[in-house]
Design a protein around this ligand. Structure first.
Ligand code: NDP
Ligand code: 2IT
Length: 445
């Protein structure tokens, strides 16, 4: 049995109850075969066994008091997965579905994504099964304070720097930062995605969505094409979806869909982004409000159809894991899709991704195409360390260069290993090599 097969076997036995983590780790290990089989140095130091095991995991309770005076208890995690190339770096997710499997899959993906940015950041992720939806600002603040009172013991500007993810945006980061500062007395860049008045970076809010669109733009450029006149479907209507949509419009494309957990809208005229921002970012409302506010918009409830049924040239899944399955991939291909770029983390199931590759669709895995968010977080860390702040244009320019480089790095790796156009393999291989070399150089730790 090959080295990769043996590691996969043990991985499956040890993590049998962690389907999302197994999915992410299996995908990476499968595509590393071409590297691992060529060079025995990895097996000699049990590199893969170490790679799939987090350096440490914290799990803690978060007690807080709701507006009715009732004590609530949530479960929370921080997974410090790999610090070979820098301090642990990765977001916090607040969503009722959060469990260890989901945080481990996200932390594992983060290792390779962060490596692809070329910046010195290791992989980590955290979160809680707390649901910010329907909670008052005061309740969210009380939860964040209690969460940080515990998490704050394990993080620091040079050790572990969390940021946002699903359910964690500027509001939550502000409350978390205030409590960290209060508990430690330190005014340091311990979180990214901060408000602009207390160390946040311009363009961090836009970075993940913009970065996704820049990555795909560079691919289009490589085939002498661009966004002009292209129809695009976007899923999600949160941070990543909104700013991906904004950039597509700026570059001459037309986004016609958005989703939330209740349904999707199809607006053949192109999504009215000002209206979406008002509903989602100001009122924290539902997408069904968009269909009520605007004429000639189709709203389809969950269970009555999927956003991937809509005919488009480019699909950008920007909501959550496994939201695009094999049937959806078939529907997209049937309708002539040419590019699928992942804004979310692992939004495509393995079967969907395999099918899209088989059909020669340009498929960009999230760990490459959504790396602009964490890359800009690392730029925020640099600004904090230097006690300085850069202009929007400066940060956006650096972000664009990073995404251009990511495209060429995954494209180059896919060609070097005889898999041209397979950007899943390209991203996994390019991300892996830097981390693996650093681990080997640092000894058996
Ligand atoms: P937000 O919380 O801002 O938005 C999430 C969006 O996805 C909402 O529209 C939400 O709908 C929808 N959504 C979330 N969970 C589900 C679900 N289980 N089923 C259906 N819809 C769902 O999060 P972000 O935009 O920040 O994150 C979106 C994705 O991008 C995630 O996969 C995240 O890991 C990834 N990502 C985020 C980065 C960032 O910088 N923020 C960086 C890189 C990746 P509803 O409001 O109804 O819940
Ligand atoms: O998945 C991700 O890369 C993020 N949620 C952003 C992490 C970060 O540290 O900015």
């Amino acid at each position: 049995m090959s080295y990769v097969d043996r590691v996969l076997d043990t991985l499956k036995t040890k993590n049998a109850h962690e389907p999302e983590f197994l999915q992410a780790a299996t995908e990476v290990l499968e595509s590393l075969r071409v590297v691992i089989d060529r060079d025995k140095k990895y097996e000699e130091v049990s590199l893969l066994e170490r790679l799939v095991e987090p350096e440490r995991v914290f799990m803690f309770r978060v007690p807080w008091v709701d507006d009715a005076g009732k004590v609530q208890v949530n479960r929370a995690f921080r997974v410090q997965f790999n610090s070979a190339i820098g301090p642990y770096k990765g977001g916090l997710r607040f969503h009722p579905s959060v469990n260890l499997s989901i945080i481990k899959f996200l932390g594992f993906e983060q290792i390779f994504k962060n490596s692809l940015t070329t910046l010195p950041i290791g992989g980590g992720k955290g979160g809680s099964d707390f649901d910010p939806k329907g909670k008052s600002d005061f309740e969210v603040m009380k939860f964040c304070q209690s969460f940080m009172t515990e998490l704050g013991k394990y993080i620091g500007a040079d050790t572990d720097v969390p940021a946002g993810d699903i359910g964690v945006g500027g509001r939550e980061i502000g409350y978390l930062y205030g409590q960290y500062k209060r508990n430690t007395g330190l005014y340091e860049g311990v979180l990214t995605g901060k408000g602009l008045t207390f160390g946040g970076s311009l363009a961090r809010t836009e970075a993940t969505g913009y970065g996704l669109v820049y990555c795909v733009e560079e691919y289009l450029k490589s085939i002498s094409d661009d966004y002009k006149g292209k129809t695009v479907s976007v899923s999600g209507s949160g941070n990543v979806a909104i700013f991906a949509t904004e950039k597509v419009f700026q570059l001459g494309g037309k986004v016609v869909t958005m989703t939330d957990s209740n349904g999707y809208v199809y607006d053949s005229e192109g999504i009215d982004l000002d209206l979406i921002k008002e509903i989602k970012l100001v009122k924290r409302g539902r997408l069904s409000d968009y269909a009520k506010a605007k004429k000639n918009v189709k709203y389809v409830e969950v269970g009555k159809g999927k956003v991937w049924d809509v005919k488009v040239d480019i699909a950008l899944p920007c909501a959550t894991q496994n939201e695009l399955d094999l049937n959806d991939a078939k529907e997209l291909v049937k309708n002539g899709v040419k590019i699928v770029g992942e804004g979310a983390n692992m939004p495509s199931t393995q079967e969907a991704a395999d099918y899209l590759l088989e059909k020669k669709i340009a498929f960009f895995p999230g760990k490459a195409s959504n790396a602009g968010g964490v890359a800009t977080s690392a730029l925020e860390m640099s600004q904090n360390s230097g006690r300085t702040s850069w202009t929007f244009e400066e940060v956006d320019g650096k972000l664009k260069n990073i995404m251009i480089n990511i495209f060429h790095s995954i494209d180059g790796a896919s060609k070097e290993y005889g898999l041209p156009g397979n950007y899943i393999a390209g991203a996994n291989i390019a991300g892996f090599k830097k981390v693996a070399d650093a681990m080997i150089a640092q000894g058996i730790v």
